[in-house]
Design a protein around this ligand. Structure first.
Ligand code: ADE
Length: 225
């Protein structure tokens, strides 16, 4: 799979993707991730990429010119164009799974107040938000989305681990608490049942704990369809 990230801050987008699992996935040829500086498509002598809002309002907006030129250069027949924006659809594991089936994603990162709406009308297939808060720029969001997608690609996590039995594989339940060795750490004990070897009992315990944790931390998940 190939992912192109279009941003004013390529280093911000790439830095978290050049470590650990996502770095290895790139080295193994599972994913190709590139970042492009939008300023390279600016045409005036100041290499301007933003301007004031029509009709007034706070802040600046990314100009349509450089964005149209960049998208038209980077887009291919198989490309899904995604805009990172707090106005987007909420990014969830199910969307990560769907996006991981595409051969080419072009992630466009907003900055300041976002992008001229004609870019969205003309070129954007999907607007995505990683949460109900505002980041300084979409490159951070693009790195988050890229990480969540690439780790799902076959081979990215290696043979020993499966992305299937973790939180959000069941989108309405968080994972149960987990423990490792030692069984007694400073008097803090691993729950007896986990040391019992009784698989049915362990499964039941995990289900109960997952429910309890979800009720405490994310009651909204239990109400959602
Ligand atoms: N850009 C700024 N904030 C964002 C968010 N929450 N999600 C996606 N892109 C963003």
């Amino acid at each position: 799979m190939e992912i192109d990230i279009l941003t004013l801050f390529p280093e911000i987008a790439l830095a978290p993707l050049n470590e650990s699992i996502i770095k290895r996935a790139q080295e193994a040829g599972i994913a190709t991730i590139r970042a492009h500086n939008l300023r390279d498509w600016a045409t005036d002598k100041h290499r301007r990429t933003d301007d004031y809002l029509c009709g007034g309002g706070q802040g600046m907006l990314l100009l349509p010119g450089p964005l149209f030129d960049a998208i038209e250069e980077l887009k291919r027949p198989d490309t899904l164009v995604v805009l990172m924006t707090p106005q987007g659809k909420a990014f969830k594991q199910a969307i990560a799974r769907e996006l991981s089936t595409h051969s080419h994603l072009l992630l466009i990162c907003g900055h300041y107040e976002g992008v001229d709406h004609r870019v969205i009308e003309q070129h954007v297939d999907l607007e995505l938000s990683i949460g109900d808060y505002v980041l300084t720029n979409g490159a951070i969001a693009a790195a988050v989305v890229t990480d969540a997608i690439v780790r799902l690609l076959p081979g990215a996590l290696g043979d020993a681990r499966s992305p299937e039995d973790e939180s959000f594989s069941d989108p309405n339940l968080l994972e149960a608490p987990a423990y490792t060795k030692p069984a007694d750490f400073r008097g803090l004990k691993v729950p007896e049942v986990l040391l019992s070897g009784h698989h049915a009992k362990i499964a039941e315990w995990k289900k109960q704990m997952a429910l309890e944790r979800t009720r405490t931390n994310r009651p909204d998940l239990l109400d959602s369809p």
